[in-house]
Design a protein around this ligand. Structure first.
Ligand SMILES: [Zn+2]
Ligand SMILES: [Zn+2]
Length: 354
């Protein structure tokens, strides 16, 4: 790479490895901002994009066909410093460290108008619909998608725009109930460890974590979980109830499989809420009368809003980043890192460093 070129690690089609392409550094035009990448987190969604679909259960798939333009540069968890401003970009300075809010909407629909750009049905998400952070540089359409990191370490902060925001938004959906009962978290992958770390930053009780993998249970305890339980152990249900110590009213499912959703429905008690975030895939059967009789809420949660990301960064600038495990790798190992994540060999979050 020279000063005038940028390396990008790109998918050339579904189900294909990443390849390195070198191109001229893009110019920021209009309101655009050019960001020099310092950290690019690898998210499970990047694997779904590589696969080309989400598994909806019962053999059904939701395809990405037609939604991804190849060659495609993934990476929606990006931090960096502002390298250049387009002539109409205002309110941001060259050189400051920023996290990129990748959740760019159409700006026109009802969701976008009320600030929920992450729910836009014509999204222009960076690293999904537009070139992302597996690169030396990223173009951001407007300064409003950049949040000043202050003194936060941009490498450690990279996961905030997806993993951090997704878990923060999901935790907030439980409201005040978490002041009175501990949260049960399914899954201690990147999201589970992030959620566990954020609970302390939000002054909430240490969560009860449920995870099949022994190394990840260990990591959850280190990240601040009260207890980490193996759901395949015979007495798992009772262990979870004992650990909660009162009715199970708050479950955060970060796995999102048939097994975890079934387990959650079996555990949740009257007036409880289960928020499902994980996208592993599958389906469940729900007894309809159990919803009114138990007065339970099943809720999906997808990423979070740009305003929530600002709130989160504000909180962390005050309280520091959660101490979740990071696996730092050079950008040119992007493909190997993606394969390791697929093979379940990653504890915590991989951050690629150009
Ligand atoms: Zn993500
Ligand atoms: Zn929109």
């Amino acid at each position: 790479m020279t000063d005038q070129t940028t390396r990008s690690f790109q998918m050339t089609g579904f189900d294909k490895p990443l390849v390195e392409n070198v191109n001229p550094v893009p110019k920021a035009t209009g309101t655009q901002v050019l960001v020099r990448v310092k950290g690019a987190g690898i998210c499970h969604s990047d694997l779904h994009i590589q696969d080309g679909y989400y598994d909806l259960g019962s053999g059904e798939k939701m395809s990405f066909e037609g939604r991804i333009q190849f060659p495609f540069t993934p990476g929606h968890e990006t931090t960096g410093d502002v390298a250049a401003l387009g002539p109409e970009a205002e309110g941001i300075e060259v050189g400051i460290n920023v996290v990129i809010c990748s959740w760019v909407g159409c700006g026109e629909c009802a969701h976008c108008k009320q600030g929920d750009e992450h729910l836009c049905s014509a999204p222009q998400f960076i690293g999904v619909n537009k070139p992302g952070g597996y690169s030396d540089y990223v173009v951001v359409p407007h300064p409003r998608y950049l949040i000043d990191l202050g003194n936060l370490d941009p490498i450690k902060a990279a996961p905030m725009s997806c993993s951090g925001l997704t878990t923060y938004s999901a935790i907030r959906k439980f409201g005040k109930i978490l002041n009175n009962v501990p949260l049960v978290i399914f899954g201690a992958g990147g999201l589970g460890l992030m959620a566990t770390g954020l609970m302390a930053k939000l002054d909430l009780a240490p969560p009860v974590v449920v995870e099949i993998d022994a190394a990840k249970r260990e990591a959850a305890l280190k990240a601040g979980a009260a207890v980490a339980i193996d759901p395949n152990a015979g007495d798992a249900m009772q262990k979870i109830r004992d650990a909660v110590g009162q009715p199970v009213l708050a479950i955060l499912d970060l796995v999102g499989s048939s097994d975890t959703a079934k387990l959650g429905l079996a555990l949740i008690e009257k007036g409880g809420r289960m928020v499902i975030v994980g996208l592993l895939g599958g389906d469940i059967r729900i007894s309809v009368p159990s919803l009114p009789l138990k007065s339970i809420t099943l809720q999906g949660s997808y990423i979070g809003s740009p305003a929530e990301l600002r709130e989160l960064v504000g909180l962390l600038r005050e309280k520091g980043l959660p101490d979740t495990p990071l696996d730092r790798r050079p950008l040119d190992q992007a493909d190997a890192a993606l394969s390791d994540l697929r093979a379940g060999k990653v504890v915590g979050r991989v951050v690629l460093i150009p």
